[in-house]
Design a protein around this ligand. Structure first.
Ligand code: FAD
Length: 402
């Protein structure tokens, strides 16, 4: 049964991850009051570190902080999950049936990992030989498996759905391969990367480098292919090759699996989902991030249906646009601020090298460092990812300063 609480909040933000907290901080800095944040988790995660956790280069602890330390002062934190939105009545339905009424809504609940989307995957993950950097509880196991491997077949997969950080499924391939190379066991390990695309990366400038990286480690890349089943008892997966129309059983000694991903089920089933998004992501104007039918609703981050790669770096550019456009709308103006699709992926290509891919909707490289040639694998960019980006995230992006 729905119960309506008294009072309509000026702004309700659903999700206190990278996107929700960044927008909340920016609105507070601009003097906006009466903001409620709906977020069930007591922990805030800095997920980009999980690649390095899985690669044995960072502790998991460095990726978490109590949520209470990142919620900006003056924001009313509601420790519950949202389970629906009625945009005509302007209410968010909370777990337990309570309703939270809003004047303006920001949707930022991230995306959903569909472990059940590949038969056998949910049962196999985190057991003996299977891991995934896509969940905090599994990422440390990735490193244990990489560290202990001396020979056999290592299989890494990427699903056919959009994923958060499109580069993450392959970064761990390179971290693992470089570890095995340094240990002088790489020649005894067959490394297979299964990916649905026809190329390693959509931006030509970065793709050419990644092709060299793959060749350097001797990675066998299965293009236009997908893992369609896991048999954890037999340590094998089914690989479907969409180009050839064939399926094949592939035995593994180590499997790093990335699950299919989609909008949270309640978003998918709700009225704000984009009918053009097969995974049910929220409709949003690609430049203003405003919902096409509800002018008082904005979406950003992983949950938004935008033709760019879903990353925290993209959120960093989206959050100021959403905050400024929301203020425009509150003042009765048309939203004027524009997001250009900027996204970035620090592609870890070795244990001490990063290729910093930055690009926009047009897939044009958009380097942020004017005097550094980031079209190469660089050690300073690895140091940047490992040691500079986390404090910039906690102290700059989340506080709305950066
Ligand atoms: P999230 O940060 O996931 O936050 C969503 C929040 O919503 C969470 O706090 C969650 O608890 C909350 N929530 C969920 N359901 C509900 C609900 N029903 N009601 C209310 N709240 C809810 N990005 C980069 O820029 N660079 C990288 O190198 C990089 N590497 C990555 C590596 C890995 C392994 C992974 C998993 C991600 C990586 N990312 C990277 C992606 C980046 O972490 C995400 O794009 C970013 O966190 C998206 O922000 P968000 O706020 O949309 O979602």
């Amino acid at each position: 049964m729905r119960t309506s609480p008294p009072g309509r909040k000026r702004v309700v933000i659903v999700g206190g991850g990278s996107a929700g907290i960044s927008v909340a901080s920016r609105l507070r800095r601009a003097g906006v009051g009466d903001i409620a944040l709906v977020e069930p988790s007591e922990t805030h995660w800095y997920q980009p570190l999980w690649t390095l956790v899985g690669g044995g280069q960072a502790p998991l602890n460095g990726s978490r902080r109590p949520q209470s330390t990142v919620v900006p002062r003056g924001v009313h934190w509601i420790r519950r999950s949202a389970e629906g939105v009625d945009p005509d009545a302007r209410v968010v339905i909370l777990h337990g049936g309570h309703e939270l009424a809003y004047e303006h809504l920001v949707l930022a609940p991230g995306l959903q990992l569909d472990w059940g989307g590949v038969p056998g995957l949910a049962e196999a993950v985190d057991r003996d030989r299977v891991s995934s950097n896509y969940a905090a509880e599994y990422a440390p196991h990735t490193w244990e498996l990489i560290r202990d491997m001396r020979s056999g077949t290592a299989v890494f997969t990427q699903p056919a759905t959009p994923v958060k950080c499109g580069g993450a499924p392959q970064k761990i391939v390179y971290l693992a391969a470089d570890h095995w190379r340094r240990r002088k066991v790489l020649r005894d390990i067959r490394v297979v990367f299964v990916l649905p695309d026809t190329v390693l990366f959509r931006v030509g400038e970065y793709r050419r480098i990644l092709e060299q990286v793959v060749a350097r480690y001797g990675v066998e890349v299965r293009f236009q292919s997908e893992m369609t089943a896991v048999d954890g008892a037999r340590d094998s997966i089914t690989v479907t090759d969409h180009a050839r129309g064939t399926t094949e059983s592939l035995a593994y000694d180590f499997l790093h699996a990335v699950p299919p991903q989609s909008a949270p089920d309640w978003i998918k089933a709700g009225p704000l989902a984009d009918p053009a998004s097969p995974q049910g992501f929220v409709a949003a104007d690609r430049h203003t991030l405003q919902h096409p039918r509800y002018a008082n609703v904005f979406a950003l981050g992983d949950v938004a249906h935008l033709p760019t790669s879903k990353t925290g770096a993209a959120v960093r550019k989206q959050a100021p646009v959403v905050a400024a456009n929301l203020i425009d709308v509150m003042r009765g103006r048309a939203p004027e601020h524009r997001y250009d699709g900027y996204t970035s992926c620090p592609l870890v290509t070795a244990r001490d090298r990063v290729l910093l891919a930055e690009f926009d909707y047009e897939l044009r490289p958009r380097p942020s460092f004017p005097f550094i040639d980031t079209s190469k694998e660089r050690r300073d960019m690895w140091l940047f990812k490992r040691y500079l980006l986390p404090p910039l995230y906690w102290h700059g992006m989340l506080t709305g300063r950066l």
